[in-house]
Design a protein around this ligand. Sequence first.
Ligand code: GLN
Ligand code: ZN
Length: 760
Amino acid sequence: MSTTAVPFTATILGSPRIGPNRELKRAVEKYWAGRIDRGQLESVAATLRRDTWASLVAAGLDSVPVNTFSFYDQVLDTAVLVGALPARVRGVGDDLDRYFAAARGGVYGGEEVVPLEMTKWFDTNYHYIVPELGPDASFSLNPDKVLKELEEACAQGIPARPVFIGPITFLALSKAVGGAEAPIGRLAELADIYAELLGVLADQDVSWVQFDEPVLVTDMLDNPAELVEHTYARLGALTRRPAIFVATYFGELTDALPALAQTPIEAIGVDLVAGSADALTAVPEISDKLLVAGVVDGRNIWRTDLDGALSTLATLDRANAVAVSTSCSTLHVPYTLEAEPDIDSALRSWLAFGNEKVTEVADLARGLRDGRDAIAREIEASNAAITARKGDRRLTNAQVRNRISSIVASGVQRGSAERRRVAQQDRLPLPVLPTTTIGSYPQTSDIRIARADLRTGKIDAAEYERRMNAEIADVIELQERVGLDVLVHGEPERNDMVQYFAEQLDGFFATQNGWVQSYGSRCVRPPILYGDVARPEPMTVRWITYAQSLTDKPVKGMLTGPVTILAWSFVRDDQPLADTAFQVALAIRDETVDLQSAGIAIIQVDEPALRELLPLRSEDKDAYLRWAVEAFRLSTSGVADSTQIHTHLCYSEFGEVIGAIADLDADVTSIEAARSHMEVLGDLNAAGFSNSVGPGVYDIHSPRVPGVEEIEASLREALKAVPVERLWVNPDCGLKTRTTDEVTESLKHLVAAAAKIRDA
Ligand code: GLN
Ligand code: ZN
């Protein structure tokens, strides 16, 4: 290697930072609410960093990621590092408040600051802040954060390796604003800043630095090899710098691998869970690199097959040296299995959360160094768990499998759209421009109290049910009062639209403390889908039928679709995703049939996450969309033509899935459209969509109450693309984050706007 840095042997690419008990979430939210000061917040953060580093060293890592801590998001941290915050936040005086203003907006010095956008981090459920680069944006180095964290790590004697988003990925994920050229065109300029950063780190005697370049595993760049060559040849040529480790993850490196290997960087990280080691053999230049082998899955919760991983590691002998690592940051998994007292011992033995993965990395590094025998006990335990898992009865439910085969064989098809339309018109006397909502109503404090009381045993299930019914009655009354046409029960009984179903389905385990950061201070607890999925009994029928008993208007039943349930869970890795999706679809199908038998005429199967599982490489996209559509159709084709199936999609950017949305063939599709000004309707038309559609006529993400004229204007805009007999009127998503007052006013205006157009 070109520098004198000693190769490390065991590491992870990054770790969770929200705190084992969500300490950072709580502290940050208190800081935002003005209940603690900056000093108190900083002290919580410093304690979390110290504890994280200490535990990584204690577990046996000889290189520890630093600067992976974040008060909000690592991409936003990078924007600050390179001086690329947009002008509109620069007026906020205090640097931490400026940072939070960029992340979440707010009113500063009497001025409203609009936050930066947020979007999904590759194909994970983590969301990052999208940097904005205008025509006059310039870069300047601001290394305060990393220097502070390095100083702390140094004082603690940690073998610290500062981690940054690499320049190519940073620009590829940035957004051009104000007519600026594509951000990637600024790469040479940004590389200068990274060069300066390397000098600053050299001054601190940093021996290794990590640049994350996950964008290199995607199709997002036109000329990845060229970009890699220019950037890393330039950075590698600096004479005073730490050794450079370029980490890639979430897929396999293709063109970028030989390009990267030809540059003078010292280490390359590859994801050997998502990709294979085969490609490495064709790259002779790897022989002077440290290969950081991501053999422990950083984003799913299954225990590593140590035997298999060790065999993979043994094939990497072309590299100058090999370090064992996680495939990506463990940001995406919960902290530790130890926080889950309720997992049965069999299931527990199949799992590894964050801390357990670190131990696996350290074990494998020992095995690689000292030979298999050195970790014979660990391998034996891993093998025993694998054998037990394979043989576990919960993994195969023959009845479920047989039913799926026979339903699929007989075709997951409903009557033609036209036949369904006629049948539904007979059954449901709806006006033109029917008005409805997406499902949830405000999460009142009564709901939260009831849930907490049930959890602590203060109330029993019967009392809980009574309180939920009271909520449902309120929501039905509200909807009748404002005059909506198709009502919903409001979803008060659902803590979360996936977990609610996971808790009732066989094959799922809902964790108690398995929190994972979704964005900023928001955390989610994805359930673990470990076995064949079956539905022991109806999941929603009693709530929906209760709601229907209170009104003569049709009440729409609410279900979550199979793709969304998969997207927001940790999914079993021992069979194709499509097979798992079909099992979930069967459970949802059975629920639709039960709802229909109970007299429910309209059923909505939400698929807001349809786009989220879209593979990163284009060659994999069609196969995904095919099974995703098939799973949805399986879940919705068990009902009569006279039962109306709705679906709902959101999170904008439908681009690549627009054809699939048409293929879902729901009778009515409600879709987020308010922020994109109805553009999605033209795209749907172009994709051949010809069923009914409810483009969201106002944005529910803001507390603002839309006026009648404004909604009317949205509807008139929509009518340019969709004939009146196919148009529905609804907000663009569920209302659970809003207040009852906002919702009441907004819906009154929505109903009035629809009436004005009907009467015109
Ligand atoms: N039915 C759900 C709700 O209204 C849909 C949520 C979503 O689209 N994310 O809350
Ligand atoms: Zn939505």
